[in-house]
Design a protein around this ligand. Sequence first.
Ligand code: ATP
Ligand code: MG
Length: 449
Amino acid sequence: MSQSEPTPSMEGFVSGMDGDALRVVRRLLSAGHEAYLVGGCVRDLYLGRPPKDFDVATSATPEAIRKLFRNSRIIGRRFKLVHVFFGHKIIETSTFRTTPPDTGNEDLLITHDNEWGTIEDDARRRDFTINGLFYDVENERIVDFVDGISDLESRIIRTIGEPATRFREDPVRMIRAIKFAARLGFHFEPATWQALLEVAPDITKCSKARVLEEIYKLLRSGSSLECFALLLESGLLQATMPHYVALFGRDPEDGGEAILQAIRQPDEASPEALTLARFLAALDDYTLQTRQIVANGVLQAVLFAPVLGDALTTASRDGLDRHIDALMAPVSMALGIARRDRELARQILMAHRRMIEPFNRRRRASIAQRQYFHDALIFLGLAVSASGDRGRELERWRRLADGSPEPESGRAPSAPEKAGKRNRRKRNHRRVKGAPASAARPPAAASDR
Ligand code: ATP
Ligand code: MG
């Protein structure tokens, strides 16, 4: 084990810490348990990035943690842990655990994971060295059993332990590896990448729900374009979404090549694949600028708009409806996409054409009152950003959503404009903690990547 020396960068480390997470650690310590900040928050603070969330690891059992915090709840069966609530914020607090003993079974897939262990066991059961670090609040030191600090310094993604085994135990780790490589701009350690290529087909052994959730996380990571490139290079996208990838070519392999080309060599790419790459780039800009959590339905609309092509703006209403259904049905079935997410995507795509037609007061009134208006507006912002076109319509809809008057009339907001305001309130409700309200807008047109 190595205990890091306090380095100059660790001053920012302490100031970036979350007060509630520290409260959880200190209460556990004063009750006589071991307790540390752990995982992604330690990694991100070390890199000088704001952590998405703060997790605590402790020697206390879930029941003991629950007793110490009235504002807490035990969750999970496969992986039992405690959520400690502070308003909307959750501090995930988990008991040190060890990798379950080898059952002698050929299949390494872990189906339950509730064997308690020591802090060192807990470090070793984690996925990547950069995620296996603990922060000791009292002594202001990082506790490192897995050489995570050196990999953070060298910007490397490396599994803890033998990579093929760790990926077989839980194939979702492969998608996580890609998320971290893309988001942090890290490289794969060669054996980890080799194992990922070898084990990629095992991803189909995981529950659909976990895989879909990880795919949504990739799309919301602010690096969805690079994530897609790595998913395609590893074969993971072809394995998880074969019906979708095949929409870009004759089969998943072909479609995968086409999308990869659009990302890596855009000059030679097919129009649909290029549109997808531009949409993903627009989504990343939007995520990084606004820190908004984009709804699943918007993410689905982003994925399917490029394959709808001109039909999105030219097909008859019924024709477009049927076309959307035919494209989405097999993908939804294979991935287990929730009906409400699919329905939102359909509504957004159907509304899009009406939103880019010449501005019409009656149409404007009817769309602005719809529940999906806020999400359709985000999608319009992404479409404008991806195509560099229709910026004027976007501005008008945004003005409506903000309840600000048309420049020429200077009149008071009308009923639909008030509806826009209501939608805006909803939108702010979904805003990620810490992001300024003014950042809630989609980005201005045309980032030409
Ligand atoms: P993010 O910034 O996306 O939240 P994170 O590293 O914090 O990244 P979480 O999903 O919040 O990821 O998980 C917290 C920690 O739990 C990880 O840092 C890692 O140590 C551990 N972990 C999460 N998922 C797995 C897994 N599938 N296998 C092993 N360890 C995992
Ligand atoms: Mg986290």
